[in-house]
Design a protein. Structure first.
Length: 254
C-alpha cells in the first residue's frame, strides 16, 4: 500500500478540497482558495520564465509545497491546464498579458466560464447574503474553505472588470440610522501599561513567529499532491490536508 495512504489513514473528517457536490447532486470542482495576489505572482513568474510543457511542482519552487498545490488546483478549475498538468492556450495568453492592459480582457472570459453559476446573478445589485447563498449552492464546502474561495473570486472579478456591489466588497452591515454612534471612552491612568511589568512579559510577536515557523516546516513535510493518484488516495489526501489546516490554524490562533 502507498506510504501516503498509510500516513493519512487515521484521518476521519469528511472534507474534500478539490471536489464537492452541489445542490443538484452533481459533483463540482472546488474553486481556487489560494490568495489572488499569489495567483498573480504565479502568472508573473510564468511570464518571466515562459510557460513550460507541463505544470508541476518543479516549476513552482518559489512557493511553499501547500501553496504550489493550491495554485495547481486553481489552474485546473479555471481551465488553464488539464488534469495531467498540460497548460492550455488560455494559460499562455493570461500569463503573457500579466502587467499589461490586456490582462482584464484575458481574465474576464476565464472567470465567466468557470464561475458561470455565480455570475448568473447580477452581482452589481446583489446583497451579500444573495451572493453568499449563490456561491455556496454552486460550490458547497466547509465554511473556512468557502471564505477563502470567495476571497479569491472577489478581487479576481474586480480585476476582470466584473461589477460587484460595494455591499459585497466591504461585507459590512449598514448602521441603523436611529442608532447613535458609539462614544469613544477617554483614557485613564488605568489604561497606561506599567512599563516594569511589560518588561517581564514574554513577547507575543516572538511566540506568533515561532508558531508560524513550526507550521511552515510541517507544511513542507506534507506529502506533495499527485494528480495521478487513484481517486480514493486523492480523497484521503484532501481530508488530511483540511484537518491539518484546521488544527494548525487553531494552534496559531491560540
Amino acid at each position: 500500500m502507498d506510504n501516503a495512504s498509510v500516513l493519512w489513514r487515521p484521518v476521519t473528517r469528511s472534507f474534500q478540497m478539490e471536489a464537492s457536490v452541489n445542490a443538484e447532486g452533481r459533483q463540482t470542482k472546488m474553486p481556487p482558495y489560494v490568495s489572488f495576489v499569489t495567483f498573480k505572482n504565479c502568472m508573473a513568474d510564468l511570464k518571466d520564465h515562459g510557460v513550460p510543457n507541463k505544470i508541476d511542482r518543479s516549476i513552482l519552487t518559489k512557493f511553499s509545497g501547500i501553496t504550489g498545490t493550491q495554485l495547481m488546483t486553481a489552474m485546473r478549475f479555471l481551465g488553464l491546464m488539464d488534469q495531467g498538468g498540460k497548460p492550455t492556450e488560455r494559460l499562455k495568453e493570461l500569463a503573457h498579458a500579466h502587467g499589461t492592459n490586456a490582462w482584464r480582457e484575458k481574465l474576464r472570459p476565464i472567470l465567466e466560464s468557470a464561475y458561470a453559476p455565480v455570475l448568473s446573478v447580477n452581482l452589481a445589485t446583489a446583497t451579500p447574503k444573495e451572493f453568499s447563498d449563490t456561491f455556496v449552492k454552486a460550490f458547497p464546502g466547509a465554511d473556512s474553505v468557502l471564505r477563502r474561495c470567495m476571497a479569491f473570486f472577489l478581487p479576481a472579478a474586480s480585476d476582470a472588470g466584473i461589477e460587484i456591489s460595494k455591499r459585497i466588497l466591504t461585507g459590512r452591515k449598514p448602521r441603523n440610522g436611529n442608532t447613535p454612534p458609539r462614544r469613544r471612552r477617554e483614557k485613564t491612568s488605568d489604561d497606561v501599561p506599567d512599563q516594569r511589568n511589560e518588561r517581564s512579559k514574554p513577547l507575543k510577536n516572538n511566540d506568533s513567529s515561532t508558531s508560524q515557523d513550526i507550521r511552515q516546516r510541517l507544511l513542507e513535510k506534507f506529502p506533495t499532491f499527485d494528480p495521478q493518484w487513484p481517486d480514493n488516495l486523492k480523497a484521503e489526501w484532501f481530508k488530511g490536508f483540511q484537518q491539518f489546516m484546521e488544527l494548525t490554524k487553531e494552534d496559531v490562533a491560540s
